[in-house]
Design a protein around this ligand. Structure first.
Ligand SMILES: Cc1cc2nc3c(=O)[nH]c(=O)nc-3n(C[C@H](O)[C@H](O)[C@H](O)COP(=O)(O)OP(=O)(O)OC[C@H]3O[C@@H](n4cnc5c(N)ncnc54)[C@H](O)[C@@H]3O)c2cc1C
Length: 424
């Protein structure tokens, strides 16, 4: 799936993760009455199905199904039928939430969604790293890109030049221009720097994970470990891939990242919680959380997904959030492509932000406000809450009860929560 890139497009989508794939599918799947077919390019610097995707791969089932009507059974590693909360002293509390989520095979899902976009006419090239993006000039933004060494048929001769000199690595560089650009390149790429648009670099937290063999676990339950001994300011997890291999990882709060480097914290967690387990791979990533409340679009540049800080501030989930952002950005881009005045386009940008806020943003803003207090809940409070709930019969161990019990142990958080629920 390496289409030659043309010099000009209506839409350029940078990044083929969940946000970019949904943006490309929305652009190519939308009816365009009376208009010629849109020319759409979807580029990524790597195959979006390269394993392992840096993710624990848990999604809310209904949210995924509302975005992708045909979730293929082959993308599902298994159902999530419940969650286990583990307190700092090791006390487990289980919640049964049958069929509430999926553990997905993201690599395969990315591949199938990319194939679908390609079949709908999107030109896909997954060897292309965009290195810079100009401002809007005469109705176009120009993207400069380089193509990975050894890729087949990377770009048309008209807009690419071979760079081969003694000092440089053999690579192809080129440029293309597009009327609308949707930046779905994940955290921190910095397209649109200096323009009035979010940069996806707010409250960035380190997250690491390992694929491990050896631990014993119920295959349909996700496990989350809270406490400073596991992951200060964040949490550690075990999410099953299948009955043999689990994704074990952790995210550390940004304020604690220096004192508790994530990689070291995960090594310690694995050694103490799952001694003797076999580590198949060890990888890291970054999670831009919080709610920066910055514009999501300017001058026909749209941002979606991690590139727009769309991750849930507490759970750090971002897959369906990114898909939603990509879809809304594409719908807005389809409206602004033919509008010449930035003033008029701004109305559509506000609609995009409004739609995002209704779907997730407003709730993220509220949660971001209490995040610091949440991160400071003491280990003793978590332990007491877990002990209280663990005494209840299984059917009464609910998420609401553990949240309530934890809040009850943390009057400061309870006090802060009042502003979350009583203000806009
Ligand atoms: C360790 C870890 C575990 C996680 N677990 C979960 C989980 O269980 N559930 C959940 O919902 N969320 C999880 N998340 C968050 C989730 O992975 C992200 O929120 C989600 O992937 C965001 O999607 P996206 O499309 O915005 O960005 P990405 O998935 O990051 O995709 C961005 C794409 O852009 C490409 N790209 C970047 N720069 C360029 C460039 N210059 N030119 C071309 N292409 C470029 C990249 O190669 C990449 O394919 C986790 C994150 C981490 C780090």
């Amino acid at each position: 799936m390496t289409d030659p890139l043309l010099p000009e497009y209506d839409f350029l989508v940078i990044g083929a993760g969940p946000a970019g794939l949904l943006a490309a599918l929305t652009l190519s799947g939308a009816p365009h009455p009376g208009k010629p077919t849109q020319r759409i390019a979807l580029v990524d610097k790597r195959d979006p199905w390269r394993e392992p995707v840096p993710c624990a791969e848990a999604v809310h089932r209904h949210r995924l199904e509302s975005l992708i009507p045909k979730v293929e059974p082959e993308w599902i590693r298994g159902p999530v039928d419940g969650a286990m909360f583990i307190a700092p002293d090791g006390t487990p509390v289980s919640f049964s939430t049958p069929a509430s989520g999926y553990l997905i095979d993201r690599a395969l899902m990315h591949r199938r969604l990319a194939e679908q976009a390609h079949a709908q006419g999107v030109q896909c090239n997954f060897r292309v790293r965009v290195t810079s993006l100009s401002r809007l000039v005469n109705g176009f933004r120009t993207a400069v890109y380089e193509v990975a060494q050894g890729s087949a048929n990377p770009a048309s001769a008209s807009n690419a030049a071979r760079v081969e000199n003694a000092s440089s690595i053999d690579k192809t560089i080129g440029s293309l221009r597009a009327k609308v650009v949707i930046d779905c390149s994940g955290p921190g790429m910095g397209f649109g720097v200096g323009e009035d648009i979010t940069q996806g670099n707010f409250d960035v937290e380190p997250a690491v994970f390992a694929l491990v063999k050896g631990p014993k676990y119920p295959v349909n339950y996700i496990q989350m470990f809270f406490g400073t001994n596991y992951a200060p300011g964040g949490y550690a997890w075990l999410f099953p891939r299948d009955e043999h291999v689990a994704n074990v990882g952790l995210v550390v709060g940004r304020d604690y990242a220096q004192e508790a480097p994530a990689r070291q914290a995960l090594k310690t967690f694995l050694e103490t919680t799952y001694p003797g387990s076999e580590i198949l791979t060890f990888q890291g990533g970054a999670i831009p959380c919080g709610y920066p409340d910055a514009p999501l679009a300017v001058d026909n540049l749209y941002k979606a997904g991690d590139a727009a800080n769309m991750v849930h501030p507490l759970s750090r989930a971002g897959i369906t959030e990114a898909m939603t952002g990509g879809k809304y950005a594409a719908l807005a881009g389809l409206k602004t492509i033919d509008i010449g005045s930035e003033l008029e386009r701004r109305l559509v940008y506000s609609e995009y932000k409004h739609d995002w806020d209704l779907a997730y943003g407003r709730s993220h803003r509220r949660l971001a406000r209490i995040k610091k207090a949440f991160m400071r809940i003491s280990d003793a409070s978590f332990n007491r809450a877990a002990h209280a709930v663990a005494k209840l019969p299984a059917e009464k161990q609910t998420i609401a009860r553990i949240v309530f019990a934890t809040l009850w142990q943390s009057p400061l958080l309870l006090w802060k929560m009042r502003s979350v629920f009583w203000t806009k």
